[in-house]
Design a binder for this molecule. Sequence first.
Ligand code: PAF
Length: 288
Amino acid sequence: MKVLREIDQVNTLISEWKKNGYTIGFVPTMGYLHEGHIRLIEEAKKENDKVILSIFVNPLQFGEGEDLDTYPRDEDRDRNAAEENGVDLVFLPTPGTMYPQPLSVLMTVTSRTNVLCGKSRPGHFDGVVTVLTKLFNITRPDNVYFGMKDAQQVAVVDALIKDYNIPVHLIPVPTVREQDGLAKSSRNVRLSDEERKEAPAIQESLQYGRKLVKEGQKSKELIIEATEKFLEQKTRGKIDYIELLSYPELESIENIDRPVILAAAVFYDHVRLIDNVVFNHDGHVIYG
Ligand code: PAF
């Protein structure tokens, strides 16, 4: 496995791979790898000759007061995990390598962002599409892999790729969960024991809402209300939002007549958790 920190070095290697006709799968991450990331690497391994993993905690996507400085980092552990799982190249740039000078051309996401997490994280997705555009240009992948836990990110990347004709296939990968249903996340380590016991209720409540649709309920209002009530009874975490929107457009709808996302964010003492389920008009799961 190669570990490269400089863009020129990556360019040279990718050109060699392209010359040999290898297909390239790309897994962009901010490190502190967990099983969710490993699942993305496994999918990429299945479908490509070469797999690139990038590890870069992108300052541009963190707002003021967010956890940029305390975001968990463990380079040695990540390198070992990458090697064990057959990654061919780890790209580990520094902020100075990615942003050697202030950008002269800025990217702004104009739809799919004023809802869900985008609402409380202004500028977050601008930072995400900026770094991904750079990473796509550096790694020139055929396929790029994203976890559906960040379904809004997948929707925004879908728009980025389509709007800018980026020649890469977006492969959304279902959320990896703990035995009790809690979505795997680098941030779960910040839950207290008590919070950890309660947190699986987030996915449980979303599945409860989905089941109402399966049973024939079509009203967005009623589904959200019932999901919220269910969740409030099972956790002392403070609900940030429960939203039901069309997917991937993330537009407001009154009745469930197309694919939708039912998503929640919950504040615990030291961490805010998100989760979602994406399903059809009849409640059939697309991504859970
Ligand atoms: O999902 C993440 O970890 C980040 O948003 C990403 C896609 C690596 C961009 O920095």
